[in-house]
Design a protein around this ligand. Structure first.
Ligand SMILES: [Zn+2]
Length: 324
């Protein structure tokens, strides 16, 4: 696999337009110039893509943003630092949802800010690959709640948790009703891959029984947006490394693996095969798939956040009664 360094093509694929202002799109790691959408109405002007990241503003800028009445919603990325096979940096479940969140905020500029992500999440079952850093479930849930609570205290009444890691999904959904009750604001939590239902994937990549981790989808998004975080690999190198993720753990690692149903010792047989399948499937990745997947997620959750902000404005409860 030869990843091409061409982030520009991906950025052009995301239409950027908000309330008469065309924003700029940029990946999180480098500043880039404005790329106004050709179809967007004039006038167009540059928006620094870092402007939508809460912690990159000064207190004066944040105060003025609140005072303008424009700051209505926040997105909190829920992430993970965990092994992603031989070819992806271990922060993929951090940088992908963070990028989607930033792009949504630029799309909806100046109404949305991106809150400081929880970089680590709940991933004890990846601890048999070194480098993974996991939080306890309670620590992870408490972090998210404390950030949401801070944002609410400052007057943000619409909050979207955007999750980027499979193991975080249930821990978040489990406490979402409590958070709703405790905070009394419009709040939702979404895992970004729900923007890619099976029918969508079938039409995009030709099949929907893909592996969810480090396979064709995540590798494609890396090719589109984070080529510098991707390494070349061959299956021969993979096989020559004679990797074993089913046995030989220290007691410390074993203790982590026992924290989650999916990693109980009974599930370990087959883990090596699953790991190799992911590595094999990653070879099908393309930059074009990645551009489409990221754009789709930005589209779906921009729409959702727009609806949430409208519900807040109208004083309606969320989720709407028919979805509750
Ligand atoms: Zn991942």
């Amino acid at each position: 696999m030869e990843p091409q360094i061409d982030r520009r093509a991906f950025l052009k694929s995301i239409p950027v337009a908000a309330a008469g202002i065309a924003g700029a799109a940029s990946a999180a790691t480098t500043a880039s110039g404005a790329m106004p959408d050709k179809a967007a109405p004039a006038p167009m002007r540059f928006v620094n893509p870092r402007k939508v990241i809460l912690q990159e503003n000064t207190r004066k800028e944040i105060r003025e943003w609140f005072d303008s009445g424009n700051l209505k919603a926040a997105i909190l990325p829920a992430c993970s630092i965990e092994q992603h096979n031989e070819h992806m940096s271990i922060d993929s479940d951090y940088v992908i949802p963070s990028l989607i969140a930033q792009q949504i905020a630029l799309r909806l500029y100046p109404n949305v800010v991106v809150a400081p992500a929880s970089p680590c999440g709940f991933a004890p079952y990846h601890m048999n690959r070194r480098g993974t850093v996991t939080l306890r479930k309670e620590t992870f849930q408490a972090y998210l709640f404390d950030v949401l609570s801070s944002l609410k205290s400052h007057g943000i009444k619409t909050l979207l948790v955007l999750n980027g890691h499979g193991g975080n999904h249930v821990p978040i959904q489990d406490v979402l009703p409590e958070w709703r009750k405790a905070l009394g604001v419009t709040i939702a939590a979404e895992s970004y891959w729900y923007a890619h239902p099976p029918e969508y994937l079938k039409s995009l990549i030709g099949f929907s029984n893909h592996t969810s981790h480090a396979g064709i989808l995540e590798t494609s998004m890396y090719m589109a947006a984070f080529p510098e975080r991707l390494r070349n690999f061959t299956l021969k190198e993979y096989d020559d490394a004679k990797l074993d993720f089913e046995s030989g753990f220290t007691p410390d690692v074993r203790e982590f693996l026992n924290r989650d149903d999916r990693s109980r010792p009974t599930r370990l047989p087959g883990e090596n095969l699953r790991d190799r399948m992911r590595q094999d499937e990653a070879q099908l990745a393309t930059r074009e798939y990645g551009e489409a997947l990221l754009s789709q997620a930005v589209n779906v959750f921009s729409d959702k956040l727009r609806q949430m902000m409208a519900a807040t404005e109208a004083g309606e409860s969320w989720p709407p009664a028919q979805q509750a």
